[in-house]
Design a binder for this molecule. Structure first.
Ligand code: NDP
Length: 256
């Protein structure tokens, strides 16, 4: 393959979980711009329809698969349906995630369960369901969205940190088990990005001042700045990269 085609995603189909907005939508659009056909996912059909129409206006072939990633039977049914109706899932971006903030001594059991279900269990549920098909074809790319919180703790989000740390190691475990079947599984660890998940922090001037002091790039990230890394990890450009966590964080983890 000529080197200039290494990043092409033409002829590939990508399922991006949690792609009705935020990082997931940006990655769906980015992979679509590089030629991939996109399967959008989330729990809100109307929000997904709006996102679908934005992709279609950009000329990206796409469809919707509305399901809750924490419901394993729904995941299995959705993955079967995508494979039967649309065709093989060549790329999976495990992106759906939530945040809950509270001091650890006050953290509630329902919040703990919701965080673990969405941010950790679902990575296994969707990853396993899709990987079984990929293994039968002996090829496939999975990108698990980790976080700088896979490495660093911040006050009030210890359970999120625990889940994202586990996703980092699950990524390495998936690569270890599935590389022999022709799969590549890597992680993408964003720093701080302006999305709905961080809406309160973006408005909090003291937090932004702390972030700018703490981050060598001295600013919030823009979701489009994650596309290059996601395309790399989803394409033939990363054919010998496996079990790696690629950090995109303006240097925050380099400057401990
Ligand atoms: P947003 O809250 O903006 O978007 C989250 C997306 O996930 C939405 O599309 C939401 O749709 C979907 N989602 C949530 N729960 C479920 C579920 N159970 N089933 C299906 N879809 C679901 O978050 P971000 O874009 O900021 O975050 C995306 C990922 O990036 C997350 O994994 C997050 O932890 C990670 N991340 C984000 C960072 C940031 O700075 N923003 C930094 C590091 C990591 P709906 O609610 O309609 O279902």
């Amino acid at each position: 393959m000529p080197a200039k085609d290494l990043f092409s995603l033409h002829g590939r189909r990508a399922l991006v979980t949690g792609s009705s907005r935020g990082i997931g939508f940006a990655l769906a659009k980015g992979l679509g711009d590089y030629g991939a056909e996109i399967v959008l996912n989330g729990r809100d059909q109307m929000a997904l329809e709006q996102s679908l129409s934005r992709l279609e206006k950009s000329g990206i072939k796409s469809c919707i698969s509305c399901f809750d990633v924490t419901d394993q039977s729904a995941v299995l049914a959705a993955v079967e349906s995508i494979e039967q109706t649309h065709g093989p899932i060549d790329i999976l971006i495990n992106n759906a995630g939530i945040q809950r903030r509270a001091p650890l001594e006050d953290f509630s059991r329902p919040d703990w369960d919701a965080l673990m279900a969405t941010n950790l269990n679902a990575v296994f549920f969707v990853g396993q369901a899709v990987a079984r098909h990929m293994i039968s074809r002996q090829r496939g790319k999975i990108v698990n969205i980790c976080s700088v919180q896979s490495e660093l703790a911040r006050p009030g989000i210890a359970p999120y940190t625990a889940a994202k740390g586990a996703v980092k190691n699950l990524t390495k475990g998936m690569a270890t088990d599935w590389a022999k079947h022709g799969l590549q599984i890597n992680g993408l660890a964003p720093g701080y990005f302006e999305t709905e998940m961080n809406a309160a922090l973006v408005k909090d001037q003291a937090f932004t001042e702390w972030l700018c002091k703490r981050t060598p790039a001295a600013r919030w990230g823009k979701v489009e700045e994650l596309i290059g890394a996601a395309v790399f990890l989803s394409s033939d450009a990363s054919s010998f990269v496996n079990g790696h966590i690629l950090t995109v964080d303006g240097g925050i983890t380099a400057s401990l």
